[in-house]
Design a protein around this ligand. Sequence first.
Ligand code: HEM
Ligand code: HEM
Length: 205
Amino acid sequence: MMPDTVSSNETLRPWDPVVRLTHWGIAAAVLLNGLVTEDGGRVHVWVGYAAFALLALRLIWGLVGTKRARFASFPPSLSTARAHLGDLLAGRYRDYPSHNPLGSLMAYALWGLLAVVTLTGIGMAGSPFEERPATRQESVASHDRDDEREREEEDEVLEEVHEVAANLILVLAALHVAGVGLESRLAGRNLVRPMLGGRSSGKEG
Ligand code: HEM
Ligand code: HEM
């Protein structure tokens, strides 16, 4: 189906390097920790710290980065997303200066869940600058069993929230990839190429 509008030059351009680095880094970390690494193992925890650092970088970039990467360029709005969905279903396509309204909602949902999964992970594993197991041993050695039990209960809650958020991210990521594919087809241009550093050629190019 031919879109009504021709893509503007701006949105065919590659995403800036910080967006590309954080996107693919976070995607790789989520897939590794969700599907490959041993739950809570050394590699899992280090991949997790890396994911947290990338997320922090992207969120700061959302405030001070290039115009297209800034949150102000893609504010979350349910009504705009509904209108955009209506457009897509009717075969109309218009350009947006940054993420389209559905992509915007997905980005915020993924970032929110990533914050939950990385913070609960750090809550369980401790910060990379502190040696948590030593603290645990010390508390056992000092027979401070109440402290120890309290910490275990806290860890169980963190573990539960961590697991639910991790699974939700994997479900949303699958929907996200399907959405990128669908939007690319309906818009008649490849949305993935700008995320890889290339220029989207559009239907006519
Ligand atoms: C990048 C995103 C992450 C994903 C998708 C992810 C995913 C998971 C999953 C699916 C589990 C198994 C949960 C269960 O069945 O109980 C798990 C466990 C765990 N994760 Fe993560 N994780 C992530 C980040 C992190 C981070 C940042 C840390 C810490 C720095 C971390 C530390 C742990 C620990 C300690 C466990 C073991 C919990 C236990 O069974 O005691 N994770 N993670
Ligand atoms: C677990 C895996 C993934 C996660 C967590 C994820 C997350 C995100 C997030 C948060 C954004 C917003 C980017 C930003 O503004 O910084 C985004 C955008 C995007 N992602 Fe992913 N992503 C994943 C996998 C993929 C894959 C496999 C592809 C390729 C098919 C992909 C293609 C894209 C594209 C093309 C955009 C920009 C869409 C637009 O033009 O508005 N993502 N993704």
